[in-house]
Write a protein that binds this ligand. Sequence first.
Ligand code: COA
Length: 175
Amino acid sequence: MTHIRPAKADDALSIMAIYNQGIAERSATFETEPRHLDDIRQRIADVDRYPLLVAVDASNTVIGWAGLSGYRPRDCYAGIGEFSVYLAADARGRGVGRLLLQALIETARLRGYWKLLSRIFLFNNASRALCRACGFREVGIYEKHGQLEGRWLDVVIVEHLIPENLAPAASAAAL
Ligand SMILES: CC(C)(COP(=O)(O)OP(=O)(O)OC[C@H]1O[C@@H](n2cnc3c(N)ncnc32)[C@H](O)[C@@H]1OP(=O)(O)O)[C@@H](O)C(=O)NCCC(=O)NCCS
């Protein structure tokens, strides 16, 4: 039985390994350099600001993670989170990504975020399907947004509004 919980300091190595597997596959991100443990530790230390969740299987192994990072530094964008979600290769296609992303949306809602967004390579069918399944809208396409291995790649922008946090009084102060 898979369950989702906030990331803890002890999860850093597992999160790093899953992230670096995703980077090495060259289908999820423009990043090409492996992440270092210190990056992940820093991210876990910052969970009060930017939620970071892990999926754990029945044997207590971390099989995936999902987290938010800041969109832009301006105050007016403080309630917008950029999300990432990565699963270990052998954990994919079994509904775990959906569990993680749904839990991340709920955590973001409780924290006062009013929008989650990301950019996805057009050919990343699993990620696009996951986003659709979790209520994201495909906004449009940035053409030739960056190069990966010498190839210009387009990305599709996805967004998910959180209506409870869109009342006129909602403000960055809630975050
Ligand atoms: C993208 C990713 C997180 C999806 O998680 P997952 O656990 O495999 O997805 P789920 O099993 O929860 O499936 C969610 C939806 O996507 C669909 N889906 C999953 N894999 C798919 C694929 N390869 N092609 C098409 N649809 C797919 C499922 O059918 C489901 O849709 P449904 O509910 O309408 O049936 C996972 O494949 C992954 O970690 N990929 C590598 C890293 C990556 O690309 N991350 C995203 C960039 S931030």
